[in-house]
Design a protein around this ligand. Structure first.
Ligand code: CMC
Length: 429
């Protein structure tokens, strides 16, 4: 017998039967669509703490068990055996590619990775000290002014072309923003490099210096991208879906997602971790800092998660690569920061305050250290996150548009403003 949740209005005595749906994994949901019609009421759920806003087959998170799956594949296996571009293919298409499919996809991505020269001119309109996220929002939105002939969201070929253009161009746009900040010349993507090598090269190559593509550094960047590729219905992904539900073009939708990611409560945490570690300064200062955290005078950045209440599986993976990278780069200037992070983690995990509240290190606890060790300034951290998350955003957008039942998203509200009142002429106010 199928499960039903019955909601009864105690005043009118009216009831509504809400069918319960079971997903492949995770908590079941009850369908409250009949509530408004039958009871004449809406449901109230600020911050969507208990609302499933869509059906999705892309990513699954079990926050209590510390599980993250993309299309059913555990993040640990993807980080160990796959590469970012293959994860992009998986997110977009639902299956891992064959060797031929991967080659075709990589070739296609490389082909669209160059920016239109007139798009490069956009950058001259930004102040030299503009935040790179401001450039990213603007330039990605600006992609909407090209490719009109391939932007019909109801055409599957167009959808895939848009997805590939976004994934292909994002590192070029991000690297250009970085180089614009530093006043460095633009570097074009090159055919012989992999996706991540190209990104690395476009960020760091200089015409007048010897340039070494360190394989461990490239792998660390690759893992960073894989770990941030998608994360279910978070704020920026939900924004992309909501924007897309109005049938807006995908470039505009991704620009909306980037704007949401920019906020410190979402994409800005790794920047805050590095700032915190620098402020702590040395291992001896950790106990005082933790006392401040327990007294609510400070927050332990990089700890805690809205969904993961056991551990963040991405943190375990990134911790390892962080070690390897720092050893390889002999990045002595970052070693004290890493030592503080390790000690902080060790002490915090034993403290009742963190145990009782189920606060564990999240992915951002280590990602900031990796990015700093790679020579990426803190203002670029969220940009790096946005490059990675583009795959998830566009896969979720595509899934939504391909659902024949797609409707424009339109939440309701509990109105708390004035009741009717009469307009008063300005002279009488
Ligand atoms: N340091 C100290 N106390 C904390 C922390 C923290 N990092 N996180 C939560 N708490 C405490 C909080 O003060 C509250 O205590 P009490 O019960 O005494 O009032 C309790 O734990 C529950 O906190 P909450 O704010 O209700 O938890 P939440 O699920 O709403 O917040 C969070 C999640 C990520 C916003 C929060 O843990 C936080 O601010 N962490 C630091 C920032 C951070 O690292 N953000 C990155 C998240 S991962 C990004 C991603 O997945 O993309």
């Amino acid at each position: 017998m199928s499960k039903i949740v019955t909601i009864t209005d105690n005043t009118s005595g009216k009831s509504v039967a809400c069918p319960v749906y079971e997903g492949t994994h995770g908590e079941p949901v009850f369908d409250c669509q009949g509530v408004a019609k039958e009871l004449g009421m809406f449901t109230y759920d600020p911050a969507f703490m208990t609302t499933a806003s869509c059906k999705s087959a892309v990513t699954f998170i079990d926050g209590d068990k510390g599980i993250l799956l993309h299309r059913g594949y555990p993040i640990e296996q993807l980080a160990e055996h796959s590469n970012y571009l293959e994860v992009c293919y998986l997110l977009l298409n639902g299956e891992l590619p064959t060797a031929q499919q991967f080659e075709d996809f990589s070739y296609g991505i490389r082909r669209v990775s160059v920016l239109h020269e007139s798009l490069l001119a956009f950058y001259n309109g930004f102040q030299q000290n503009a935040h790179p996220m401001a450039m990213l929002v603007g330039v990605v939105g600006g992609l909407s002014s090209y490719y009109h002939e391939e932007m019909d969201i109801y055409n599957p070929d167009h959808r895939m072309m848009c997805a590939m253009r976004l994934i292909g161009k994002m590192p070029t746009i991000a690297a250009k923003s970085f180089r614009y900040l530093l006043g460095r010349p633009h570097v074009y993507p090159q055919h012989q490099f992999s996706y991540v090598e190209n990104f690395f090269n476009m960020m760091f190559w200089l015409p007048n210096r010897e340039f070494e593509m360190n394989p461990i550094a490239v792998r660390a960047l690759e893992i960073m991208l894989i770990l941030h590729a998608d994360h279910e219905q978070n704020a920026s992904t939900s924004t992309v879906r909501l924007a897309g539900s109005s049938q807006a073009n995908p470039y505009a939708c991704i620009a909306a997602g980037i704007a949401t990611l920019w906020g410190p409560a979402h994409g800005g945490a790794n920047e805050a971790v590095v700032k915190m570690l620098k402020e702590i300064g040395k291992v001896e200062n950790i106990p005082t800092f933790l006392e401040n955290v327990k007294n609510k005078k400070a927050r332990l950045m990089g700890f805690g998660h809205r969904v993961y209440k056991n551990f963040d599986p991405r943190a375990t993976i990134i911790r390892k690569i962080c070690h390897e990278l720092l050893d390889e780069l002999k990045a002595e200037s970052h070693q004290p920061m890493f030592e503080i992070a390790m000690k902080l983690e060790e002490i915090a995990l034993k403290e009742d305050y963190f145990i009782e509240r189920k606060l564990y290190p999240n992915v951002d606890f280590y990602s900031g250290i990796i990015l700093s060790a790679l020579g990426i300034p803190t203002s670029m951290f969220t940009v790096m996150f946005a490059v990675a998350r583009t795959a998830g955003w566009i896969a979720q957008w595509k899934e939504m548009v391909e659902d024949p039942s797609m409707k424009i998203g339109r939440p309701r509200q509990l109105y708390t403003g004035h009741a009717n009142r009469n307009f008063i002429q300005i002279k009488d106010r």
